[in-house]
Design a protein around this ligand. Structure first.
Ligand SMILES: Nc1ncnc2c1ncn2[C@@H]1O[C@H](COP(=O)(O)OP(=O)(O)OP(=O)(O)O)[C@@H](O)[C@H]1O
Ligand SMILES: [Mg+2]
Length: 359
């Protein structure tokens, strides 16, 4: 397996810039997940690594050599797509071996590799079937098998599970985690699914408009998002954010005017003329409290009971809504008035103009 370096990678289609600048060192065996809103350039970046899309600027280095100019077949990188792209008229076995046969591999060698991959992916009972005779999850495994038999230097996945139903998605997610533990392949994986990103990634890359917003281990991004954008993007349900006035400042703290009262929060090194702050607090970090301690007070307009979790949407007035995670046995009901507060150590603060983290 190989390390991959993206050095100042750029992409434009004519005058439209899609990737502004990506600098990323992916270690050998690392599992990197790309997330970001639709159109931010995730698929484009994967396709440039695979060689399916030309690189407009910068350098792509794999295993110590520059590969940006090589055609896809010479890069030894396997890509698994959302729609699987299996050959419909070929059996599972032929789908998996086709690429190797095209490269004139030795037939005993091909048979051994297909057998290995089918064992790992539990495809043995289906080798003679056509793709149309398989479930979505089984097809997805064939697509992965086809990638594995090539012994690639790296795997690229573009939303591989998004066509599957919820239960299968969970099953395949575990399958991919297991597979990665077993073959330790360098992997770049694109997903819109929070749980996939949090559970599979060694590091998550949050992309925004063709730039990298933040790169780090999943819990680091969850606990200390560097920007408001990352704060809103990582975590589900999304973090509550509210712009509020600074009521006073001391050496290492700030008093913020929240809808239900003032609160002093530790803050060092922020500009002394700071007038407004965007406060962020996750739904799971809010708790019901006495009215005197409240940060937010309002009526519950919706309550969602998911079994293991209960979420309430608190209408705090002026068209603002705060999401609160209640203990699962909580009997809160729609229409009820609730007071909630968080703890200072769970608060995220951002500059409202730049979106950059302050605390
Ligand atoms: N061939 C092309 N010509 C011009 N623009 C393109 C071309 N291909 C993609 N784009 C544009 O590049 C941007 C990035 O596209 P890309 O497919 O990489 O997004 P994405 O992050 O994968 O989005 P999604 O989450 O919806 O899959 C989009 O704005 C898209 O319209
Ligand atoms: Mg895409």
């Amino acid at each position: 397996m190989s390390a991959i370096s993206l050095k100042a990678i750029r992409k434009n289609y004519g005058t439209v810039t899609v990737i502004r600048r990506i600098d990323l060192e992916i270690e050998s065996g690392e599992f990197v997940v790309l997330v970001g809103p639709s159109g931010c350039g995730k698929s484009t970046l994967l396709r440039m690594i695979a060689g399916l899309e030309e690189i407009s600027g910068g350098d792509l280095v794999m295993g110590g050599r520059s590969i940006g100019h090589l055609p896809p077949a010479e890069r030894n990188i396997a890509m698994v797509f959302q729609d699987y792209a299996l050959y419909p008229h070929m059996s599972v076995e032929d789908n998996m071996s086709f690429g190797l046969k095209m490269r004139d591999a030795d037939s005993a060698e091909i048979a051994r590799k297909v057998k290995d991959a089918s064992g790992i992916l539990k495809l043995d009972p289906f080798l003679a079937r056509l793709p149309a005779q398989l479930s979505g999850g089984q097809r997805q495994r064939v697509a992965m098998g086809r990638a594995i038999v090539r012994d690639p230097q790296a795997f690229l996945f573009d939303e591989p599970l998004s066509n599957l139903d919820a239960a299968l998605r969970v099953e395949m997610r575990l399958e991919i985690a297991r597979l990665h533990r077993r073959i330790k392949a360098t992997t770049v994986y694109v997903t819109h699914d929070q749980v996939e990103a949090m559970t599979l990634a060694d590091r998550i890359v949050v992309m925004n408009g063709g730039n990298m917003e933040q790169v780090g281990p999943p819990l680091e991004l969850y606990r200390r998002p560097k920007t408001l954008f990352v704060a809103k993007f990582i975590g589900s349900p999304t973090m509550n954010t509210l712009e509020c006035e600074v009521a006073g400042r001391a050496e290492a703290s700030v008093r913020l005017r929240l809808p239900a009262g003032e609160v002093a929060l530790p803050l060092e090194g922020a500009p002394t003329d700071l007038k407004r702050v965007t406060l962020g607090i996750r739904p799971e970090d809010l708790e019901v409290c006495a009215p005197d301690d409240a940060w937010f007070t309002g009526e519950l307009s919706v309550v969602e009971r998911l079994g293991s979790q209960t979420f309430g949407y608190l209408d705090i007035g002026r068209d603002r809504m705060i999401t609160v995670e209640f203990p699962r046995a909580s009997e809160v009901a729609v229409g009820q008035r609730v007071c909630v507060a968080g703890r200072p150590e769970h608060v995220h603060m951002f500059d409202p103009t730049s979106g950059i983290r302050l605390n």
